[in-house]
Write a protein that binds this ligand. Structure first.
Ligand code: STX
Length: 320
């Protein structure tokens, strides 16, 4: 037992030692490498989908120990074309991860993913278990009907009523019985102004509910037009299509394919975006994994305890 636990911060800011684009059909996927070129390979899978990796994500890993690979998933961040939904499915992303791995001549890597990044990590690991050395998963999301309904229809609405009001204000009352679909109609329309205002509302709702301590700067960043359009349109596209999974419980049912891979699951007790039940259901089918519940945290990777546990986890696996 450690009584005086040292507070852990992110590792210092770093710049990539290599970056580029991989061309796949109509898409160009931006990737970068940071840290130690001879270090232990780790790939960072960002959230959303549509959130982009961003600079802070480089800092969960000790740059002296890790060769850190980050990329922006199709249609978001620096990847091109921006907000493109064609040829944009979970399985395209899984294939992109393999393309990056092969291009960089990596045999096995640690896979790190939070929120939608955890969904994608599970999908990738189950498809290519032989290339995954360890898994660090945070704020577990398995894209099942009950998870989508909780956050976009009824549930989280009861906890953040004022932010929820902003989310539903975009939608006429008679269409509110299916909000994901109502947003889909707007995002597929030609009304650019309405599309942008809906995208901002969609993005702001998620940012508002992601922190147990209200985080005004995260909420402000979430309504940046370029970010909000990619985030909202891509998330909505994946959710309307149920994550392009063959069936609802696919990621849970296939867990035996990856149970041999060392894994740490990190979950905020008060995660309102991806409630703890999902992490617990995953752990129940995967008892070899280590489940760490942060008792005073919400969803974001930047909740203090969560950052701490994530950096701890990369340090633990960095010793291997
Ligand atoms: N989507 C949850 C998710 O993956 C349902 C997510 N939430 N916020 C993010 O990702 C960003 C931090 C990337 C904005």
């Amino acid at each position: 037992m450690r009584f005086f636990k040292k507070e852990r911060k992110l590792y210092p800011s770093i710049e990539p030692f290599d970056s580029g684009f991989i061309k796949k059909g109509i898409h160009e996927i931006y990737y970068e490498q940071c840290g130690n070129p001879k270090g232990k390979p780790a790939v960072f899978l960002h959230g959303g989908p549509g959130g982009g990796a961003g600079k802070l994500s480089r800092r969960f890993f000790n740059p002296k120990k890790y060769r850190i690979i980050l990329f922006d998933q199709r249609g978001c961040g620096k990847s091109k074309p921006h907000t493109c939904l064609e040829e944009n499915t979970t399985w395209h992303l899984v294939d992109d991860i393999e393309s990056i791995r092969k291009k960089l001549q990596i045999e096995k890597w640690l896979v790190f993913g939070g929120s939608w990044g955890s969904t994608l990590a599970l999908a990738y690991a189950q498809k290519h278990p032989e290339h995954v050395s360890e898994l660090i998963l945070r704020g577990i999301f398995m894209l099942r009907e009950k998870e989508l309904k909780w956050f976009y229809q009824y549930g989280a609405s009861e906890i953040y009523p004022e932010a929820w009001q902003g989310f539903i204000n975009e939608i006429p009352e008679e269409e509110r019985f299916d909000l994901i679909d109502a947003y889909r109609k707007i995002f597929n329309s030609k009304d650019k102004e309405k599309k942008l205002s809906a995208a901002k509302a969609w993005s702001k709702w998620e940012a508002s509910a992601s922190y147990i301590n209200h985080n005004p700067s995260a909420v402000k960043d979430s309504v940046n037009a370029e970010f909000a359009l990619a985030f909202a349109l891509i998330e909505n596209h994946y959710f309307v299509n149920k994550g392009f999974l063959d069936y609802e419980n696919q990621l849970l049912d296939n867990i035996d394919l990856i149970r041999h891979i060392p894994a740490i699951i990190i979950q905020g007790r008060y995660d309102v975006v991806c409630p703890s039940t999902t992490a617990y259901e995953l752990y129940s089918k995967w008892p070899e994994a280590e489940l760490k519940i942060a008792p005073f945290s919400g969803h974001s990777a930047f909740e203090k305890e969560i950052t701490d546990l994530l950096v701890d986890a990369t340090d633990i696996f960095g010793k291997n």
